[in-house]
Design a protein around this ligand. Structure first.
Ligand code: UGA
Length: 445
């Protein structure tokens, strides 16, 4: 099928390459011309395992092309994906400027029946809003159908999630559109495309859920909000563990053995961040408020998360007393491992607060090598974990990168000024570190 994907961010790029790999002809469009030329050369602006190879091989096969012209991309395709950003406004309400612009452009470029799929995470009712804008802007009376098709990929595992999703949700009232969607996603549903063969993530079959567009839009928000709730809940229990002398690792393990609760997404830590949870939980809470049904649980979930980041500061004060002039080595800046994304990363709050309290802060991340926008430039970037903790009074682990497990803690013992570790992810071997003479604090542990 001929597909146009508008927006080459995380979602657009991964969607485009996945559809090309399963046999469709894909044009990925982005208004940023320099990004388009880099992508044509196989240069990927984000760090995502496996993505670069797939882009290169599909560009070579000509099943994937990049273009800066939205109108020609739309005109050449039967199916058009909208994958543009919906960043939060200060109120928490998502900014739909990019969606509206794209809908106008699609309307002007319609030259026959097309399906317009919205993959961006959007407020309830956006499918109807897009329909209205396209109608207002189309010149003829070409038919079209709008489909809500939310994306559930996780950064760092995006390629795997695109090929081996847990479900495909289609929100549409049009039989024609639904049938075309089943055809488009056929290889994914059946899991019979080349890339799947021999892949350990291959599924027997991927469930497809057909519903109305409003329910589909809400499935996306409610899923992210539920996952964020799970983490905030566990973090709250971790804080109780610290008060009563229990161990959150055993508590969550014991809880997770109940299949109704499950063991995944139960890791206590310094809270959730990233480009999705903070934005989506706020957006759902905003929608709830707007429709006269205030979301008390969601508001508490946000509040618990905001406070959780400051647990690290409290623990540092408990360990060091006055923070001023102390040297602190921070390991990990990305909001989670295997990504270079620093949007709403807890590291930024923690580092800024340490600097505000007068500490000298050194930071290291295996992939992030530049200051996130909101990070105080007073922090010093170093090129390895050892340099971050040399002469330090405290090591703080913020992101659970695999490489931190293999650090030589015997060597570190000799170079730190004081042997203090705060493990914001309960990631390191507490027993081993205590035996080596470190003062170790985890979260609820
Ligand atoms: C999240 C969802 O997991 C995806 O399903 C969804 O498609 C995506 O948002 C999106 O809306 O685009 P992502 O933000 O990439 O994916 O990251 P997650 O792996 O879900 O982690 C989110 C945050 O929760 C991270 O800060 C992570 O450190 C934290 N987390 C996760 C915990 O603190 N504990 C856990 O047990 C799991």
């Amino acid at each position: 099928m001929k597909v146009c994907v508008i927006g080459t961010g995380y979602v657009g790029l991964v969607t485009g390459v996945c559809l090309a790999e399963i046999g469709h002809d894909v044009i990925c469009v982005d208004k940023d011309e320099s990004k388009v030329s880099s992508l044509m050369e196989g240069k990927i602006p984000i760090f995502e395992e496996g993505l670069e190879e797939l882009v290169k091989s599909n560009v070579k096969k000509k099943s994937l092309v990049f273009d800066a012209e939205t109108s020609s991309g739309v005109a050449k395709s039967d199916i058009v994906f909208i994958c543009v950003g919906t960043p939060p406004l200060p109120s928490g309400k998502p900014d739909l400027t990019a969606i509206d612009d794209v809908a106008r452009m699609i309307g002007k470029s319609l030259n026959g029946y097309k399906i317009i799929l919205n993959k961006s995470t959007v407020p309830i009712g956006t499918a109807k809003r897009i329909t209205k804008i396209i109608r207002e802007n189309q010149e003829g009376d070409q038919g079209f159908d709008i489909v809500s098709n939310p994306e559930f990929l996780k950064e760092g595992e995006a390629v795997k999630d695109a090929f081996f999703p847990e479900r495909i949700v289609i929100g549409s009232g049009s039989k024609k559109a639904i049938n075309m969607m089943k055809e488009l996603y056929g290889p994914i549903i059946r899991q019979d495309f080349d890339y799947a063969s021999g892949n350990s993530h291959r599924k027997k079959q991927v469930p497809i859920l057909i519903t109305d567009s409003t329910s589909s839009e809400l499935i996306k928000y409610a899923s992210n909000a539920f996952l964020a709730t799970k983490i905030s809940f566990v973090n709250e229990v971790a804080n109780i563990c610290e008060r009563v002398g229990a161990n959150i690792l055993d508590v969550t393990y014991g809880m997770g053995l109940d299949e109704r609760i499950g063991s995944r997404f139960m890791k206590a830590g310094i809270g959730w961040g990233g480009s999705c949870f903070p934005k989506d939980v706020r957006a759902l809470s905003y929608t709830a408020e707007e429709y006269g049904s205030p979301a008390s649980i969601l508001n508490a979930v946000i509040q618990v998360n905001n406070q959780q980041r400051f647990k690290i500061i409290q623990k540092a004060v408990d360990m060091l007393g006055i923070i001023e002039d102390k040297v602190i080595g921070v390991l990990g800046i990305a909001f989670k491992p295997n990504t270079d994304d620093t949007r709403e990363a807890p590291s930024v709050t923690v580092i800024n607060k340490f600097l505000e309290l007068g500490a000298e802060v050194r930071v290291y991340d295996p992939i992030v090598r530049d200051y996130p926008d909101s990070m105080d430039r007073g922090a010093l970037f170093v090129t390895d974990a050892y340099k971050a903790v040399e002469g330090a009074d405290l090591m703080v682990l913020v992101t659970e990168w695999e490489e931190f497990l293999t650090l030589d803690f015997n060597r570190i013992k000799g170079i730190m000024s004081e042997k203090n570790i705060i493990d914001g992810r309960n990631f390191l071997d507490k027993k081993m570190l205590r035996e080596l003479g470190y003062k170790y604090m985890g979260i609820g542990n």
